[in-house]
Write a protein that binds this ligand. Sequence first.
Ligand code: PMT
Length: 223
Amino acid sequence: RENPEWHGKTMLVTAGPTRETIDPVRYFTNRSSGKMGYAIAEEASARGANVTLISGPTNLPVPRGVNFISVESAEQMRQAVYSVFQENEMVIKCAAVADYRPKNTFDQKIKKQDGEWTIEMERTNDILKGLGERRTIGQTLVGFAAESQQIEEYAKKKIVSKNVDMIVANSITSPGSGFQGDTNEVTLYKRTGEVILVPMDTKVEVAKRILDEIMIIHKEIKK
Ligand code: PMT
């Protein structure tokens, strides 16, 4: 799998869910297993890239040869991503980052009481958007999108609003696609307007296709 084109390229991949604490025993999270992002990190590393993987909590083994940074919350992920962003020429944001977190977190477990409990939520920072504002010439930036409807419209909007080169859109409502499973079907929306359907396959094979397209974009950007 060694590939001279990839040798020594620097790539940052984020993967997995985030965990937003309520109290010492409770948190909000989502269904991301990390499989898609880890497959990308592993394949890029096998091709010869110098890969940093920033991951929320998963049950997956750390892929061989990658620099691994483990985080929990969206805010921790943001700080970790910002700390290494500049030194990576390709950045792929596959993590499912929480959009909201509890406004207050508690040091002690909240005791159950009669009646309802309302938890106030606040927005987290949009990491990808921040990277889009900070990117410099020569950097390739790729985001993911997990939408259940109007996928194409949202993907195209994200390219502009987040200033990325490509959006990898999962159809999370199609069986065998998106969160948790070993397979995925994605559509690649490039900033150039090109649209590529990557048919249902294992996440490992889909990762290879995504990386091939990223390299094509990266070579254009470097010109
Ligand atoms: O982990 P698996 O079980 O294998 O599942 C893979 C996956 C479905 C999680 C993955 O393929 C995927 O789609 N990841 C992105 C999921 C997501 O959060 O999509 P979004 O549409 O909410 O976010 C769009 C983009 O903005 C993403 O690149 C995300 O990393 C980024 N984002 C979102 C919120 C936020 N606060 N900061 C961000 O950077």
